[in-house]
Design a binder for this molecule. Structure first.
Ligand code: MG
Length: 386
């Protein structure tokens, strides 16, 4: 029986993690969980699973919930997330938080000798070096939940790591893959949120539409699998059937395929090296799909993909600034404050304008994050087009 602490329980990955737990009550149990402000969804979860420790964003929600669930201990805020991550009595932290807020709980869990199943991609984007150092120091493991990284992780099983030549990360191209840059000028939030293949949270769906998400995934892959940026390629593949591939020194390419269902990478992160049954509504049926398509990504069409390689190679505070500027710009677009293409302007400008600084510890990351947020907010205020 694996005891889980689940952060971000009411989000898209959180809800699907709970479904994996529901399918395997004999294998997984929820020791503690966190939610943001979706209290009604949280109550549904607590009515089904009697979880002993829960963190919510706001103090007043924590107090009100304690009235309804007197057996449960409630925490709140970022500090509460760290309290859950530092608990003794669990096996794996499932980090399904969105944004830089996910970084500290990952580090805290590792420092308290816990393995982490990671869906929060910003953790490795901003602080991959610090996380890898902590994993080494404390002897813990990090299991990827992102579908691309889970695919790569699966393709690496049973082979010698030293025989690996390159990683091939597939990309659907998001909601706007058929639109020209001219057509992107006045796309709406609703259009951006309609991803053709995957049902995901709002932030990541927007990140997919401008391929910031794919850029993040290149950076994540660099840290997870210790592969140079020169040996990580992105391949457009609109069907999202091949979740990623690896090429070995003999040019043999191994791919992982499956229906676009995040519960598979979630479950594999928790079941590795074993595999468990997984009930799927529509398992992969290649005959039904018929054709698979591939093409090279156009970095002029998707400049944030190229920017991620650049920021990743430069390192230091650049990835942290990029991530923070993107968090602010992504949110501003979703709130209707800026047009879609301005997300790119803000993120690119922040990366180029930020003075380079080395990142030696968490404080340097926080500083990079604040710089990126401040810069983006200045651009959003100063150039409010709507
Ligand atoms: Mg992904």
């Amino acid at each position: 029986m694996k005891k889980l602490v689940l952060l971000g329980a009411t989000g898209s990955i959180g809800v699907q993690t709970i479904d994996v737990v529901r399918q395997h009550p004999d294998l997984f149990t929820l020791e503690a969980l966190s939610a943001g402000r979706n209290i009604s969804k949280l109550k549904e979860i607590l009515d089904e699973f009697p979880v002993k420790k829960v963190c919510v964003q706001r103090e007043e929600d924590a107090a009100a919930l304690h009235e309804s669930y007197p057996e449960t201990e409630f925490f709140h805020g970022d500090e509460g997330l760290n309290v859950l991550a530092s608990l003794e009595e669990y096996d794996v932290l499932v980090n399904a938080l969105v944004g830089f807020v996910g970084f500290m709980p990952t580090l805290t869990a590792i420092r308290h000798h816990h393995d982490v199943a990671l869906a929060n991609k910003e953790t490795l984007v901003v602080g991959g070096e610090l996380i890898n150092a902590a994993l080494k120091e404390y002897g813990q493991k990090l299991y990827p939940i992102d579908s691309e990284h889970s695919a790569i992780f699966q393709c690496l099983q049973g082979n010698n790591r030293s025989d690996l030549k390159r990683l091939i990360i597939t990309a659907s191209g998001g909601s706007f893959r058929t639109k020209t840059r001219e057509e992107l000028k006045d796309v709406t939030v609703e259009q951006a949120l309609a991803h053709p293949n995957w049902s995901m949270g709002a932030k990541i769906t927007i990140d997919s539409a401008d391929m910031m998400n794919k850029g993040f995934e290149v950076m994540e892959a660099h840290w997870l699998f210790d592969v140079d940026y020169d040996n990580i390629d992105v391949l457009m593949h609109r069907e999202s059937v091949i979740h990623s591939m690896v090429e070995y020194r003999d040019h043999s390419v191994i791919a992982q395929l499956g229906a676009p269902d995040m519960r598979l990478p979630i479950q594999y992160a928790l079941s590795w090296p074993d595999r468990f049954d997984l009930e799927q509504n529509e398992p992969l049926d290649l005959a039904k799909i018929g054709e698979l398509h591939f093409e090279k990504p156009d970095v002029r069409r998707f400049p944030l993909l190229g920017l991620a390689y650049e920021a990743g190679r430069k390192g230091g505070n650049k990835p942290g600034v990029m991530n923070a500027a993107n968090e602010a710009a992504n949110l501003a677009f979703r709130n209707g404050h800026i047009p879609f293409l301005m997300i790119e302007d803000i993120v690119i400008s922040a990366v180029y304008k930020s003075p380079y600084k080395e990142v030696k510890d968490v404080n340097d990351l926080i500083e990079a994050n604040e710089w990126g947020l401040r810069y983006a907010e200045m651009m959003i205020r100063g150039d409010n087009h709507k």
